[in-house]
Design a protein around this ligand. Structure first.
Ligand SMILES: C[S@@+](CC[C@H](N)C(=O)[O-])C[C@H]1O[C@@H](n2cnc3c(N)ncnc32)[C@H](O)[C@@H]1O
Length: 384
């Protein structure tokens, strides 16, 4: 039931249960069932039945019993519950990633946002809530049957059409740059959840206002690499930032307080960048690739491309001299395996020229490289 006051859908999410409300029932083992309340209707399960009228007019959080004595906790589902229980055509964005997307793409009330593909509409609902009734969400989906699923899910969640939503069936690139599109600089944010987001770099640059955010969700490292290299090479975006999030539940009962045994190990990677002002390029942060070190796709298969630092000829000469000196000393003075020998004067202490992590290695909320990053110094890597 759609209320008249407040943002779209808000009124139907509070107060006592009414006819038409969606209610999530949870039994003692945590199993869920969802019903839409209807006067005179009966809920059936193999653990018994109860009448919907037992819930209508009651506050959320009551416990209802079947005639055979099984108890169900009754609550309106949260958006995260709804997304995981709604009909799905395409794979949905999980709530943990939807939350990251809204925050890291900085989706704000009133924002003008485009997303593709709409798929089953899971992310759409989070984006609509974030832009609010005064914003604009242009959702593009190439497959009509998926668009219909998205429409049904979104309207089911909000209790009717959302005033900020503009759902179109078509190709994202064509919609963005077409006559009916947002126009140059007409969008504040673009969110991409589709197979080949790198193909949309030019269209995104066209529609994003300076400072606008483009964010993509990709499932594999190969997509991640291609996307980042494309955005980086495009020239209209700031240095892309990539990360993933892992959420692990905890079992907390009496003295048994430990991580849950099972977790969702992988969903996808998120990448963001910002639109530069037209005519400006982000300051260059990367070192030049070695001559001839590009493959057919223009990727550089050398140490720098893997985030490793090549050892200079000068440093190699020093290391060789130092190793030879030590070898000579160990023959004469030092027992094998001893590390008592002080470093010779031209030996470089391991950390002497370590460079602080560059900001393009930064992860959200941290400017430290992750512990698993390869060491930058002392790695002798042959260039390609
Ligand atoms: C993984 S699903 C999106 C799921 C959606 N974000 C959700 O949370 O429910 C990817 C969708 O992108 C659509 N798609 C792929 N490439 C597209 C393009 N170039 N333009 C429009 N839609 C596209 C596919 O048809 C598919 O439905």
């Amino acid at each position: 039931m759609l209320g008249n006051e407040g943002p779209t859908g808000a009124a139907a999410r509070r107060g006592s249960f009414q006819t038409g409300d969606r209610v999530q029932l949870t039994d003692a083992k945590g199993r869920h069932a969802t019903i839409i309340l209807q006067a005179g209707k009966t809920f059936h399960s193999h653990r018994g039945t109860f009448r919907h009228d037992q819930l209508i007019g009651q506050p959320e959080g009551v416990v209802v019993s079947t005639f055979s004595g099984t108890e169900y906790l009754a609550l309106r589902p949260l958006l995260s519950d709804f997304v995981l229980s709604m009909p799905r055509g395409a794979t949905v964005i999980y709530p943990k990633d939807a939350g990251q997307i809204v925050q890291m793409a900085d989706i704000y009330p009133g924002a003008r946002v485009a997303e593709a593909g709409a798929g089953s509409g899971a992310l759409t609902m989070s984006l609509l809530r974030a832009v609010g009734d005064q914003g604009w969400l242009l959702s593009v989906e190439r497959r009509e049957e998926f668009a219909l699923v998205a429409k049904a899910n979104v309207e089911s969640w909000f209790g009717g059409p959302h005033p900020a939503w503009d759902l179109r069936v078509g190709e994202m690139a064509e919609v963005l740059v077409g006559q009916q599109g947002p126009g140059p600089g007409g969008l504040d944010r673009v969110v991409l959840d589709l197979l080949a987001p790198w193909e949309l770099a030019e269209a995104c640059a066209h529609v994003l206002a300076p400072g606008g955010v483009v964010l993509a969700y990709v499932a594999t490292t190969t997509q991640l690499s291609r996307l980042v290299e494309t955005w980086r090479g495009h020239g209209s975006f700031t240095e892309p930032m990539a990360w993933e999030s892992m959420v692990r539940g905890w079992h907390v009962k009496s003295l048994a307080v430990r991580p849950a045994h099972r977790m969702v190990g992988h969903t996808g990677f998120l990448v963001t960048a910002r639109r530069m002002a037209p005519g400006f390029r982000a300051p260059e942060r990367r070192r030049r690739p070695a001559p001839g070190a590009r493959d057919a796709e223009g990727l550089e298969w050398n140490a720098a491309a893997f985030g490793l630092r090549e050892v200079s000829e000068r440093k190699l000469r020093r290391l060789r001299r130092s190793a030879t000196d030590q070898a000579g000393q160990s023959d004469e003075q030092t027992p094998p395996g001893s590390d008592q020998t002080p470093p010779s004067s031209d030996q470089v202490p391991p950390s002497s020229d370590q460079t602080p992590p560059s900001s393009d290695q930064a992860r959200p909320g941290s400017d430290q490289p992750p512990p698993s990053d390869p060491p930058e110094d002392g790695d002798s890597v042959e260039s390609g």
